[in-house]
Structure formats: C-alpha cells, structure tokens
Design a protein around this ligand. Structure first.
Ligand SMILES: O=P(O)(O)OC[C@H](O)CO
Length: 402
C-alpha cells in the first residue's frame, strides 16, 4: 500500500461553505470510484431492531412485484421466523421473492424455514457454501445486507436476521445497530449490489417481473452507492473510506463493530488527527462477540491515542453499527466494518450520503452512543497489563483474516 502520511491533495483548507465541501467530496468519489451519485433520494436512519425490523417487514408485506433480500447473518429466533413467513406469504401471493444467504454467515438458519420458503416458491440461493468451495475461496464472503422491494424502496446497513438484533439496545441481549431505508434513484445501486451476487449463484438474473422503473425524486439527498468486492489489490471500498478520511477538515467520526484495519488506515486516521481534524472512534466495550478482532484493533490504540484520536468504548451492549460522518457534511452507512475482512476480503455495500440533515441525524445518534461510552485514557492505556499486551501480540499473525 502507498504511504498514508503523504496523503493525496486533501490538505486542510479554510473550510468553505458546507455545500462546497459536499460538492468536493462528491466529485472526488465520482471520479475516483467512477460511479455517479444520484440526486432526489429520501433516507430514513433506522436505529436498532425496534425501528429496523418493522420497517423491513412492512416493506416486504406490501410487495406487489418483487422482493430481493440478501444477508450475511440469518440465525434464529422469532424474528427469523417472521422474515421467513413474510417472504413465504408474498411468494404464495405471486410476488417473485429471491433470498440470497451467505454460505458461512447464514449456516445456522432453521431447516424448517428453508423448507417453508422452498414450498411456497421463494427462490433461495447460497453464496459460496464452504463445503462446495475450494479452500482458496472460503475467505471471501458476501457480507452485504440488502432488501429491495418493488424496485422502489431499498434497505441496507448493519443488521443481521437474528434475535440478537431485536429490541432497542437496552441490555446486552439487544445489539445496537443502524440501517437505512432509501427511496429514489439510489435504490438502483442497492439493487445492483444484490444483482451482482445473485448472478454468481443463480442462472436467472432478471425476468418480466422486473419493471426497470424510472425513479422520481423522493427527497433531497445525494447518494452514491459503493460496492466492495472480494478481490486482490486496491478496491473501491478502500478508496471510499480513504476519500472520506482525507476530505475531513474538522471532524471525522467512526462507529464500527469490528475495528482491526491495517497500518495504512491507522496512519490515515493519525494523519487526519495531526492536521487538526477531531477524530473520534466508537467501538464495542465490554460486550463484543469477537474478542480476537478487538485485540487486533487494540494493538493500534497507543499509536492512535498518541496522535490525538479519541477512542470510546460503548457500554450497554454489542455495538454493531457501521457508520462514519465527515464535517457535518457527509456520511457513510452500510455493511462495511473498519477491518481487513470488509476492506480486503468481503463483498460489501456502502451508501455515501452527501446530505447535511441526514449526517446531523447520524451525528446525534453518535453523540447519544458516546454518552453511554467510556473514553480510553491514554495514560491508563499505556499502563495496561502485560497480559493484555501479550494477547494483542498473539493475534497479530492472523490479523489479515479479521
Ligand atoms: O459481520 P457483521 O458485521 O455482519 O456481524 C455479524 C457477526 O459476524 C456476528 O458474529
């Protein structure tokens, strides 16, 4: 990877009007990633299962033509049954329903739900089931979370289909997550994320139930939909996050479930902090389902804190959201964690939103989460026990896969 300290032309400027910053970020993303952003989108930031699941289920139940759903996690619980029943009911009513499950992440789905969906005509496809794969492809998973109904409403974000995501982050059994409902032309990008992975797993890509509708403006948000794909070398998801960090002039905020990037992205965060940007990172605290990943990230805390990056540990439950905001101007939300899996290995989808109001909503959520988090104190962290240091070092050999 190139050196992050010599970061591109993104020097601190005198700020400029927020609209000018939005245009600057938009043009950087469009030209460096090659995907046009669209205008006229309406976005709702949905916080936690209590808001996310009813909105998704309501959309499915209202489907008249097509439902395309793709998930990494499909585990167990009433919510897993609710989704399967809703999908099956629509298939029975003649709607074309397609469900794409990651072969590793969704391996715990109940067989009776698969049987019900199969019976009613839901087309279920598996993305790279481990048993059917060469050992060299096991590592590349479909980590995207997508729901598109009637080509008109799309959802993406961090949520998996399992009881862990139900509720409102009131206790450790109710995970904290963020999902987005989108109406408008950006739904096409979310649909394309589904289509790209569906094409690998199923013979038919589209049929006459696809109407290829023209989108009418639904709101004011400018949105670029960026797909990360499992591949060798530099990829668009890395460009997206790199542009966001390098474009920050005042503030860069990151909330992520799994923080274990490579040294390049640590250097980018440090470079931002050193040029005067307030860099704040919100991570799971006592409740995390992947301690190994956390240890890999903690290996970098000392360097980050030394540069002035602020790190907070979220206390109430597992923090599973994947959200970034830049300068009250732009936001990223989707499936991408700040780790090697998301940046190097897996299929991901992220919305880059150039909209001050939507960004302000996500910033308010960030502040509420920060209020129930513990800041990491640099001095105390430096004095952490030798055993913790040893554990951080012990996971380094496998950091590439985390
Ligand atoms: O990979 P994520 O971020 O969708 O989280 C799901 C976890 O793998 C659950 O252990």
């Amino acid at each position: 990877m190139p050196s992050a300290s010599g970061a591109s032309g993104a020097s601190v400027t005198d700020g400029g009007h927020p609209d000018e910053r939005a245009v600057r970020i938009r043009r950087r993303l469009e030209r460096l990633i090659g995907i046009a952003a669209t205008e006229g989108n309406a976005l709702d930031a949905l916080r936690n299962g209590d808001e996310i699941f009813p909105a998704m289920l309501e959309a499915i139940r209202s489907a008249e033509h097509t439902v395309d759903m793709m998930t990494f996690v499909y585990w167990k619980g009433d919510i897993a049954r609710d989704f399967a029943h809703a999908l099956a009911e629509r298939a029975r009513a003649g709607v074309r329903v397609r469900l794409l499950l990651d072969g590793f992440g969704s391996r715990l789905i109940d067989n009776d739900l698969l049987a019900e969906m199969d019976r009613t005509g839901v087309q279920v496809a598996w993305f790279r089931r481990p048993a059917h794969l060469s050992p060299f492809k096991q590592n590349h998973r479909c980590h995207r979370k997508v729901l598109v109904v009637d080509e008109q409403v799309g959802f993406t974000g961090g949520v998996g289909i399992a009881e862990e995501w139900c509720g409102d982050a009131r206790n450790p059994d109710e995970w904290r997550d963020t999902h987005v409902r989108v109406r408008g032309p950006a739904v096409d990008g979310i649909a394309a994320a589904f289509a790209q992975n569906w094409a690998e797993c199923h013979d038919e890509l589209f049929d006459d139930r696809d109407r290829f509708i023209e989108h009418r403006p639904q709101g004011d948000a400018v949105v670029q939909v960026v797909r990360g794909s499992a591949s060798f070398g530099w990829q668009d998801m890395q460009t997206l996050i790199r542009v966001m960090i390098e474009s920050a002039e005042e503030r860069f905020r990151l909330a992520t479930a799994y923080f274990s990037p490579d040294a390049y992205f640590i250097d980018l965060l440090c470079a931002a902090a050193r040029r005067g940007v307030e860099v704040e990172i919100l991570l799971p605290g006592p409740h995390t389902d992947k301690r190994v990943c956390r240890l890999a990230g903690q290996h970098h805390y000392e360097a980050l804190l030394a540069c002035g990056v602020k790190i907070h540990h979220y206390q109430p439950t597992m923090l599973h959201a994947k959200v970034m905001t830049v300068d009250r101007t732009a936001a990223l939300v989707g499936s991408t964690n700040f780790n090697r899996r998301s940046l190097d290995h897996d299929e991901e989808v992220m919305l880059a939103v150039l909209d001050a109001e939507f960004t302000a909503t996500l910033d308010r959520h960030f502040e509420a989460d920060k209020a129930v988090s513990e800041p990491i104190q640099p001095g105390r962290w430096r004095r952490r026990p030798a055993l913790q240091r040893a554990r951080e070092a012990a996971v380094q050999p496998i950091r590439r896969f985390l």
